[in-house]
Ligand binder design. Structure first.
Ligand SMILES: *Cc1c(COP(=O)(O)O)cnc(C)c1O
Length: 455
């Protein structure tokens, strides 16, 4: 008997857009009804397959996890080589004590976890563009980490041009250099304004019919192409830290909830998970929602030291709510309440103040010689809060460190009086020449610029 593999389609969380395949979801980004694409079902990793992962490399696991989503769309051998090419760096699991580990997702070219998704998405989109003999202009606004990961991932990809807008005073020197030293098909523009101004300019450009000829596309955090690759490192962690079908406690410091959704996807594909622990910073709309069932976004979001998590309305919340049979629209209106009891059973969430974040950087170093930057410190604090309520009782746990300490050295220097060693990928930037343009937060000027450079 032949087993027929069903091609996975993606629907919108708002339920009003036609279903699309992986290619449509990747190139489309957001669904036309402003919902987010979700797979119609999760392919299952059998217990035997999961067991086989224990002796496989990261790239091999990535290939096998992503394969069912790409079935009939990307040739199997091609996907395998894209995975090998994208994941050519380490994924360290650092033992802290007993069966508790920190997974450092900071060994990619721009030293944050965003490299994992950006590198796979760039390779897939690059393939689709070659296949269609088309071209794309990726337009993105960044407060730091997304822009650098996306720019690095698309650097040198044929048929694709990238324009990144960043607020001149809101990114660190290293974050800026990660974008401005690439050149070639990557153009960076420093905006005399805030991140919100950059985002507004990008949004307006997408809606502008005069720019239709530029084939604009986005690579922001709501693209399903960012989520699927983020499930792989949780499968990998499980394969390295558990025995038999033991469940893993997974801790993910969160902002837009893209990273933690990767863990949820891994679980829905068959990876046993004991709890999703989702610590946030002082933007506490999610833990409040989980506790009360009352959702109120925080506007404007609070500026905390873990700045990549300063999110007052997580863009991926619509996906999480759908997993628990609810519906929340893009504006944050709860149309149908998810099953709160089931959500509380599977998730634990807590808000961590800046003072506590700093204290945790100090404590983790003193007690365990564990070096954390502010995002990872929010994660570690959330883990400690969780085990105070629900002890591990011998089960393994993994806490995700989302960026390299040398990417956010200021707080570490203040608290610990030590300067974290920078990996080669960061330190070499100091010697490279920068190239970027600069303009005011003025949409008309930006539009003229795009038309002059790209039409
Ligand atoms: C983007 C980012 C986060 C937040 O991840 P989400 O997927 O938005 O929850 C956390 N830490 C760092 C360093 C980041 O760059």
């Amino acid at each position: 008997m032949q087993t027929q593999i069903e091609k996975i389609q993606f629907h919108s969380t708002n339920g009003l857009s036609p279903e699309v395949d992986l290619k449509g979801a990747l190139l489309g980004g957001q669904a036309p009804d402003r919902g987010l694409y979700m797979p119609n079902f999760f392919p299952q990793l059998s217990p035997e397959k999961l067991e086989s992962f224990r002796s496989k490399s990261y790239a091999e696991i990535a290939n096998e996890v992503l394969q069912p989503f790409a079935e009939g769309i990307v040739d199997q051998d091609l996907l395998k080589s894209l995975c090998e090419d994208a994941y050519d760096y380490d994924v360290p699991l650092e033992q802290v004590y007993d069966r508790v580990h920190v997974m450092r997702l900071d060994q990619g070219p721009t030293a944050s976890f965003k490299d994992f998704a950006a590198r796979m998405m760039a390779r897939l989109i690059g393939h689709f563009v070659r296949e269609d003999r088309s071209r794309l202009t990726i337009l993105t606004a960044t407060s730091g980490d997304t822009g650098s990961a996306v720019a690095s991932a698309f650097h040198g990809v044929e048929g694709i041009r990238v324009v990144v807008l960043f607020p001149i005073d809101e990114v660190s020197e290293r974050q800026r250099r990660q974008m401005t030293t690439l050149k070639d098909n990557i153009r960076t523009i420093a905006i005399d304004g805030k991140f919100d101004d950059c985002q507004a300019m990008v949004k307006q450009a997408f809606a502008d019919p005069d720019l239709a000829g530029l084939d604009l596309s986005s690579a922001n955090s709501i693209n399903i192409g960012r989520l699927l690759p983020q499930s792989v490192y949780y499968v990998y962690a499980w394969s390295r830290l558990t025995k038999g079908n033991e469940p893993l406690v997974i801790v993910t410091p969160s902002g837009n909830f893209g990273n933690m959704m990767g863990a949820v996807f891994a679980n829905r594909m068959g990876v046993p998970v004991k709890k999703f622990v989702v610590p946030v910073n002082e933007n506490d709309e999610f833990p409040t929602f989980l506790a009360t069932g009352d959702y109120r976004k925080i506007e404007p979001s609070k500026a905390c030291v873990s700045n990549a998590m300063n999110v007052g309305h997580p863009s991926n919340l619509a996906r999480l709510v759908e997993i628990f049979n609810g519906h929340i629209d893009e504006k944050g209106k709860v149309v149908r309440l998810p099953n709160m009891d089931a959500m509380r059973q599977e998730l634990f969430s807590t808000a961590v103040s800046d003072a506590s974040t700093r204290e945790t950087i100090r404590e983790a170093w003193k007690k365990h010689r564990l070096l954390l930057e502010p995002h990872g410190a929010v994660g570690w604090r959330g883990f400690l809060d969780y085990i105070a309520v629900e002890p591990l009782n011998g089960l393994p746990a993994v806490v995700v460190e989302t960026a390299h300490p040398a990417k956010f050295p200021d707080e570490i220097e203040k608290v610990l009086q030590i300067t974290p060693d920078a990996p080669e990928t960061l330190s070499r930037l100091d010697k490279l020449e920068e190239d970027y343009d600069r303009m005011g937060a003025d949409y008309e000027a930006f539009k003229e610029y795009l038309l002059a450079k790209y039409n």
